[in-house]
Design a protein around this ligand. Structure first.
Ligand SMILES: C[S@@+](CC[C@H](N)C(=O)[O-])C[C@H]1O[C@@H](n2cnc3c(N)ncnc32)[C@H](O)[C@@H]1O
Length: 204
């Protein structure tokens, strides 16, 4: 019988997908400035989930410099849809907007400056996919709004669910019969941090 590879972390580091010069520049910037980004593996996972789901309306909570937004906006462009991405920090939102313009994806994305917890109750879009990446303690507060906004069969992806502050969210989503969820604790090269949890949940 075959066995697991030696040094799985070194092994899987060789299998990270290439993401191109702009995203690599944002990765270097994130390392320099301690911006917690999803990195190339989770970024690519977001792109392929959005493509497989044929998501036309994607909502991101927590834009930062726009690294994950570039993956999601690229999927939206191909799906004929649009990304709405919410960011609390106006300076970060401006950087994200600039990066979307540099990637020629500005027409497929709208960066909204504001607190997701205040903006969500005011939103009434029908959303195909939500990517949640704000303060982990706030996931539990954002969850009812994600349920309301997502279409039946819509997908919720929550990052950093390995953090203690995500505990209430993790327990709620796995026990609420309106969601079907899988929480994965994984080695994620280039993700901040590299060992972390991701939750994928289908809205019933
Ligand atoms: C982990 S970073 C996002 C990283 C980004 N998704 C990526 O992978 O490129 C979290 C961001 O969420 C923003 N944020 C935190 N709480 C927020 C809130 N309540 N509403 C909107 N943005 C928030 C922070 O300012 C920060 O830029």
């Amino acid at each position: 019988m075959s066995s697991i590879v030696d040094s799985p972390e070194s092994y899987f580091r060789q299998l990270v997908p290439a993401v191109g010069p702009l995203l690599e520049e944002l990765e270097q910037e994130a390392r320099r400035e301690n911006i917690p980004i999803v990195g190339p593996v989770v970024g690519t996972l977001l792109f392929l989930l959005a493509r497989v789901a044929q998501a036309r309306v994607i909502l991101e909570l927590g834009t930062a410099s726009g690294y994950s937004a570039l993956f999601l906006a690229r999927a939206c462009a191909l799906n004929g849809g649009r990304l709405l991405t919410l960011e609390l920090d106006p300076a970060m939102a401006e950087r994200a907007q600039r990066n979307l313009e540099r990637a020629e994806l500005a027409a497929s994305a709208r960066v909204i400056v504001g607190d997701a917890l205040s903006e969500l109750p005011r939103m009434d879009a029908v959303v195909d996919l939500v990517f949640m990446d704000i303060e982990k303690a706030d996931y539990i507060r954002a969850l009812p709004h994600c349920h309301r906004l997502l279409k039946p069969g819509g997908l919720l992806v929550a990052d950093n669910v390995g953090f203690k502050d995500a505990d209430a969210f993790n327990r709620a989503i796995v026990t609420d019969p309106r969601w079907t969820s899988a929480s994965l604790f994984s080695f994620l090269p280039g993700h901040s941090p590299e060992m972390d949890g991701i939750c994928l949940a289908l809205r019933g």
